[in-house]
Design a protein around this ligand. Structure first.
Ligand code: 5GP
Length: 205
């Protein structure tokens, strides 16, 4: 896949508040594209097919994988999730940066496939207590699902050293957190290796 924009992989272990922060980031950076993943999970109340996720059956998901239509995929708490190649093409071919809101396993796959174009950011709640409180407050998960997600979050946070950035999402400070992400995106575009073509051309004149 030819990459024009950069890929910002944002992993927010359960309870990090990632959804709210990414929503705010997209308001302040409207040009950035959000890839809509495919999942076999049941929609939560208010989730819209094609907007929140492409909700598919397990059979359909398996055929997407077999036909090479997903960039990465993983199983998370009993459901399959994957990034569609078509979504990535739509955003990157238009020359825009792309956000992938995905868990750690998928994030590491993307870093392996596109080491030069993918930047991985892990978003973490300010404390474990706060993380669990946020999960319960959402009110959409069963106790079993909460326990599974908390356990998975612990495994994910243990892999923070594989990420390029770690950002804490303090309670009530969504704007500040989104600003930190904006600063990262801006700085990544200014890295020497990405600016080298400009510098070379500048020097030739
Ligand atoms: P949820 O069920 O809460 O919407 O998502 C569960 C987890 O799956 C979250 O960590 C979310 O970021 C992750 N996720 C969503 N879409 C994808 C995807 O396409 N690939 C991977 N690897 N993870 C995903």
């Amino acid at each position: 896949m030819e990459n024009k924009g950069l890929i910002f992989v944002i992993s927010g272990p359960a309870g990090s508040g990632k959804g709210t922060v990414v929503k705010r980031l997209r308001e302040i950076m409207p040009s950035i594209g959000l890839s809509v993943s495919a999942t076999t999970r049941e929609p939560r109340p208010g989730e819209i097919d094609g907007v929140s996720y492409h909700f598919v059956t397990r059979e359909k998901f398996e055929s997407l994988v077999e036909n090479g239509e997903v960039l990465e995929h993983t199983e998370y708490c009993g459901n399959m999730y994957g990034t569609l190649v078509s979504e990535a093409r739509r955003i990157l071919d238009a020359g825009n940066d792309m956000i992938l809101e995905i868990e750690v396993d998928g994030a590491l796959q993307v870093k392996r496939i596109m080491p030069d174009n993918a930047v991985a950011v892990m978003l973490i709640a300010p404390s474990r207590e706060e993380q669990e409180r946020r999960l319960r407050d959402r009110g959409t998960e069963t106790e079993e699902s909460i326990a599974g997600r908390v356990a998975r979050a612990e495994e994910e946070i243990a892999l923070a050293d594989r990420y390029d950035y770690v950002v804490t999402n303090e309670t009530g400070k969504t704007d500040e957190c989104a600003e930190k992400l904006r600063a990262i995106i801006s700085a990544e575009h200014s890295r020497y290796e990405r600016m080298k073509p400009f510098v070379d051309e500048y020097n030739q004149r």
